[in-house]
Unconditional design. Sequence first.
Length: 259
Amino acid sequence: MALLTPEDLENLSMQLEENDEIARRVTGLDIRGICESLYGTEPGSEKVGIIPITAGNGIIGNFTSSLLYIVEYFGFEGFITEHPDVTGYYEAVSRGADIIMMADDHIFTAHNLRNEKIVSNHVATGVVYADIASRFQEASSKDILVIGLGRVGYAGACHLVNKGFNVYACDPNKEFLQKAVDELGINPYCSDDRKKFSMVFEATPNADTISEGMIEERCLVSTPGIPCGLPPEIGKKYRVDLVMEPLVIGVASMLYSVI
Ligand SMILES: N[C@@H](CCCCNC(=O)[C@H]1CCC=N1)C(=O)O
Ligand SMILES: [Mg+2]
């Protein structure tokens, strides 16, 4: 999984404001509205304990402080434990956390101790970015393209199939593609197909995964990025609206999915 860097997490509030405005313009809802509509939930007074984890590559600068900012922005009460790891877990529960958030290099999870709901950042991120793409108000049909069928892309594709969209998907890994065809009934797509889309959900760890032949004149691309799959010159030429930021939208989706 692509690990965040402290630089990815600089000026999150500006990235959030920009994406809130774009989401509102192209879907009619801001991030909060999309999460409420997606999960049918609203924040109560849940207390969120954020635990730094030293496993693997260890602490990422700005990570837990970014989580605290996001938790509070969406109306929850949050705190970062003084200690990391197991000691931090004990501290969070002792301090009355209703929801525990923590991440090693493989899984970033939110676990609600009260209703026992648990979610990974992969699933929550895939679902919310796919949902954003599917809400494009200028979409010309129910056809939607999913690029990447890893843990994030697969979760998003599954959500879109359940919402009744015509899901076309591609992945260089033929096993990932076959699994999605077999289990989700998606239509396999390859870039030399003549079909163009006005809604694209991209979930790959690569740049330049979106090519001119894939997109219609008006098009919404929704992706957690890192890096961005849309080449800037194509974005300009086709007046593409892009919803992309590294952490906030995925974390908001995690929180709303476990309350
Ligand atoms: N153990 C570290 C956090 C490690 C997070 C690694 N996971 C990612 O970078 C994922 C999360 C969203 C995008 N990539 C700490 O507690 O500071
Ligand atoms: Mg995100």
